[in-house]
Design a protein around this ligand. Structure first.
Ligand SMILES: [Ca+2]
Ligand SMILES: [Ca+2]
Ligand SMILES: [Ca+2]
Length: 170
């Protein structure tokens, strides 16, 4: 995929784009009051079975209509991940299983969204030939609270990742 400098540029752009997610026109038109914005809080990402042998090199991206950026790691690189590693961004939102090795995931690019917005979280494994998609989570933001995102790789892929996140009041 892209070179590291272009990834850093993408992350820098994302930091300014993160607040650009806006409610769709119909939501703005029908809401009596402004819908309360929500923030995407990443909890944890656990590698139960790797895509490669040894270590997977992983990153998290977020895509929305007209937007695409690298959410983690924020240095534009990938995180070297051994089997049973559980990356923890936010401990009270994490769901690491017993026997996993918890590691602090450090910072991620924060996203603010409004009810009615849609976005997709993707986890990728860096590869020379073509990066491998480990997880894809489409999210539609609703007023419903609490909003929890809990997804595992489809079975039969030869790898398994478990991502947990939530939407909190911004
Ligand atoms: Ca590898
Ligand atoms: Ca790789
Ligand atoms: Ca690979």
């Amino acid at each position: 995929m892209g070179t590291i400098p272009s990834r850093i540029a993408a992350v820098t752009a994302a930091l300014t784009l993160a607040t650009a997610f806006t409610p769709p026109a119909h939501a703005a038109a029908t809401a009596a009051a402004d819908p309360a914005p929500l923030k995407l809080v990443f909890g944890s990402l656990q590698a139960d079975d790797l895509e490669e042998s040894g270590e997977d090199e992983i990153r998290v991206e977020v895509k929305a209509p007209g937007e695409h950026y690298y959410a983690w790691p924020t240095n534009g690189d990938e995180a070297d991940t051994k089997v049973r590693t559980c990356w923890v961004w936010t401990s009270d939102a994490a769901a690491c299983s017993a026997g996993s090795t918890q590691r602090s995931a450090g910072p991620y690019v924060h996203l603010t969204v409004h009810p009615g917005a849609t976005f997709t979280i993707e986890v990728w494994e860096d590869d020379h030939i073509g990066d491998d998609l480990l997880l894809r989570v489409p999210v539609t933001v609703t007023d419903e609270q609490p909003r929890r995102i809990d997804v595992t790789s489809p079975s039969g892929k030869g790898f398994s990742y478990h991502l947990v996140a939530r939407l909190d009041p911004a």
